[in-house]
Ligand binder design. Sequence first.
Ligand code: BG6
Ligand code: MG
Length: 218
Amino acid sequence: MNRIKLAIFDLDGVITSTTNEHFIAWSELFKKNFGIDLSPELEVRTRGVSRRDSLNVLLDHYDLAVDEKKLKALMEEKNEHYRSLIETFDASDLMEGALPLIEYLREQGVLIALGSASRNAPMLLKNLGIEAFFDFVVDPAGKKGKPEPDIFLSAMRHFELEASECIAFEDAVAGVEAINRAGMFSIGVGDEDLSHADLHIKTFKALSLRKIKGIIQG
Ligand code: BG6
Ligand code: MG
């Protein structure tokens, strides 16, 4: 019997790479509205972070204050641009090794959930052609964003499981922190410094089936 019953995947930067598209949309927004060229190192600070929180990180960095109406308008403008950039995404934009891993976990009887902060996740899953692989997609609306654990806990509670029965995959510092706070086994994916993850892999290719089998069997 598997000890692990549920695997929760982040989307952006784990299943597909939308990092550039998000940051291009933020960059154009700041250029157009404030005449500012966003510093490239700000990108990692918006990774995994909700749209509103990301905007606040960027505004704070440049000491800009806007009222709620303007904040909403900026979020809307960024999102429209971002959606136009991901419109053409399809199965060829899947991160290498992500789908084989999901398929393997399903074969092993592990449930699969999506734990993304993005409101665009359902559209992106559809474009990537992988909706059918997910037993549950967390709706981030009204939930505290990462690094708070709420998004991951919501998937766990949906299936009435314990944290010790869940693993989760993340590319962002805030995301790994959220998994850890949820009390689940965290797997950091990508080049960032994710030394706070229980396991850090650069790509899915680095995760052998033997290794993942060992993790899910506990
Ligand atoms: C996360 C991204 O997955 O979703 C962040 O890493 C983004 O960059 C956040 O801000 C919210 O996404 P959206 O699509 O709802 O603006
Ligand atoms: Mg991510």
